[in-house]
Write a protein that binds this ligand. Structure first.
Ligand code: AMP
Length: 286
């Protein structure tokens, strides 16, 4: 039976009963509307720890558009049933007043990470992520915390946060889980029509073909132009960016130099049917 908790006190009482000091805790923060991507994080946490905790909280602070927050899918009962089926030990479902009993007048600045890609397109987003992740880590006190590679820049932000503020937790990144045709699972996918779902494949397909073209030696500038032109021919999907980056620092790379061993990723973002989608692919290190 999964244990449902809503406050820090609930968690403390449970930890006491469960002999927390003798246990390794793996924590998976989510915004709910759980899908196979989340399930894979839960399974990894379960395999690597004694107890698994999952939080479900749609964090208003990380939405830079209130319409996006309002439209965000919510499905608590189904989520709890799925977590129970997966053998998750504790689900933490705080209310907004539990998370924010008073306004948090605090700005976290993640430097360069704030000015590129998601930082640039979603001003304030990473500040909200940093605040909620800090609070959740204090409340759940995990040994390990799990994040999906799907949100690669978020992983860089969280690693920066954990290092800078000395959180005693290990950050683990888990691979992106995709539908058979390539679309990365995302809670936002439920807002796409069947047609939009098909059209959204352009994102993962663009990443795949860009990776192949680059590995065949095509210059990055030409690869980007080709992807851009594919989007122009598919007006159902709009491209915000596709960039090659250093996946640790998110420095934008303007050409691919195979002689320099930089851990690289191609990151893409855009919209279909008013739904914002992001994806990325890690490139082999040379
Ligand atoms: P969210 O509920 O969207 O905030 O996501 C919660 C966690 O699940 C984050 O660490 C995400 O990166 C991760 N996640 C979301 N989608 C996927 C996916 N398709 N594959 C792997 N992890 C994912």
């Amino acid at each position: 039976m999964i244990n449902k908790t809503h406050t820090t006190k609930d968690i403390e009482e449970l930890y006491h009963k469960m002999d927390r000091p003798a246990k390794r805790i793996g924590f998976v923060p989510t915004m709910g509307s759980l899908h196979r991507g989340h399930v894979s994080l839960i399974r990894q946490a379960k395999a690597e720890n004694d107890l698994t905790v999952c939080s479900i909280f749609v964090n208003p602070k990380q939405f830079n558009q209130s319409a996006d927050y309002d439209a965000y899918p919510r499905n608590i009962e189904k989520d709890v049933a799925l977590l129970e089926e997966e053998g998750c030990d504790i689900v933490f479902i705080p209310s907004e007043t539990t998370m924010y009993p008073q306004p948090v007048d605090l700005s976290l600045n993640f430097g360069h990470l704030e000015s590129v890609l998601e930082g640039k397109y979603r001003p304030g987003h990473f500040n909200g992520v940093g605040i909620v992740v800090s609070k959740l880590l204090h409340m759940t006190q995990p040994d390990r915390v799990y994040f999906g590679q799907k949100d690669l820049q978020q992983v860089a932000v969280v690693r920066h946060l954990v290092d800078a503020l000395s959180f005693p937790v290990e950050v683990i990144t888990s691979p992106t889980v995709r539908e058979p045709e390539g679309l990365a699972y995302s809670s936002r996918n439920v807002r796409l029509s069947a047609k939009g779902h098909q059209e959204a494949l352009i994102f993962s397909h663009s990443l795949q073909s860009a990776a192949t073209l680059l590995s065949n030696g095509k210059p990055l500038k030409e690869v980007k132009a080709e992807i851009q032109s594919n989007f122009e021919q598919n007006p159902a999907a709009t491209l915000e960016y596709m960039e090659l980056v250093n996946r640790d620092t998110f420095e934008i790379l303007h050409y691919q130099d195979k002689n320099i061993p930089i851990p690289q990723a191609l990151c893409i973002a855009g919209e279909v049917e008013g739904v914002r989608l992001i994806d990325n692919i890690l490139l082999d290190q040379h």
